[in-house]
Design a protein. Structure first.
Length: 276
């Protein structure tokens, strides 16, 4: 048999082998049936996307800038309301004025999630950058004689490192009198009331709806959207909400607070109900 024929035969055998290898791959090996999808694992993957979006996307960057631009407009408007008390602006800290996405990236890279020890190590560095627009807005508010209060669910052990971080970035009134840390409860209602007792609270800024009102902790009815509708006018005037998909508050509304097995069941049920 001459060489050209041998070459053609070899090529034909190779092509057949390739074709056979494709046919022999079972469809289930390519994509599992819907009932076999682990929705918890899928959402864990989306958690990485959330961190990536928060840290790297121009969209998140622009939304943060836009939030603080709107905050200036709302501030000026709300200061027109006469009140004998001095005006105050209340802000959350994490993902509102300080960017902790590098911490989220580091934990994700190691295959971990938030825990108190790793968080404390991060916050002790006082290395968080400012959220775009935050410093300029709060300096502007201070120039209009507003007092700035930082209400955060960082714990009492983080007082010194938090103040150092804020001060190093130029945030106004970064002192003990204006920093209200978590002391036993994550509910900020009492701390907000403490400020409002002798100040006219003209604006609040946060990355979670609970930074405005504790009623948003309950997401059992329509995932909390009904509460948003009920409070729409007040939210529009007094609250600036910044983007943050990293914390997963919305996920808790779907999967609940039970055991891992119960969370799996709730998550699967949600996908079955809402998938079209």
């Amino acid at each position: 048999m001459n060489k050209p024929v041998l070459v053609l035969l070899a090529f034909a055998l190779f092509a057949c082998a390739q074709k056979r290898s494709v046919v022999e791959v079972a469809p289930s090996a390519i994509a599992p049936p819907p009932s076999a999808v682990d929705h918890m694992a899928e959402l864990a993957h989306y958690g990485y996307d959330a961190v990536l979006w928060q840290h790297a996307s121009a969209e998140a960057y622009r939304l943060q800038q836009q939030g603080y631009e709107l905050a200036k407009l709302r501030l000026v408007e709300n200061l027109k309301v006469a009140d004998k008390r001095p005006p105050a602006v209340i802000v959350d800290i994490d993902e509102t004025v300080l960017d902790n996405s590098p911490y989220q990236i580091a934990t994700a890279a190691m295959g971990h999630t938030y825990d108190q020890a790793s968080w404390k190590a991060w916050s002790d560095r006082s290395a968080a950058a400012a959220i775009p627009g935050a410093v300029a807005f709060l300096q502007y508010a201070r120039s209009l004689q507003c007092n700035i209060f930082y209400i955060t669910n960082r714990d009492l052990r983080e007082r010194a490192t938090t103040l150092r971080n804020l001060d190093s970035l130029g945030f106004p009134q970064a002192d003990e009198a204006h920093l209200l840390l978590m002391d036993g409860t994550s509910d900020k209602t009492e701390r907000r009331a403490r400020v409002a007792s002798d100040h006219q609270v003209v604006l609040l800024v946060g990355d979670q709806l609970r930074d405005f009102d504790e009623r948003f902790k309950d997401r059992s009815v329509n995932d909390g959207k009904s509460t948003v509708d009920t409070m729409a006018d007040t939210l529009a005037r007094y609250f600036i909400l910044l983007p943050n998909p990293m914390y997963g508050t919305y996920r808790d509304a779907v999967q609940g607070k039970g055991t891992d097995a119960e969370k799996h069941m709730n998550m699967d049920a949600w996908f079955q109900r809402n998938g079209k």
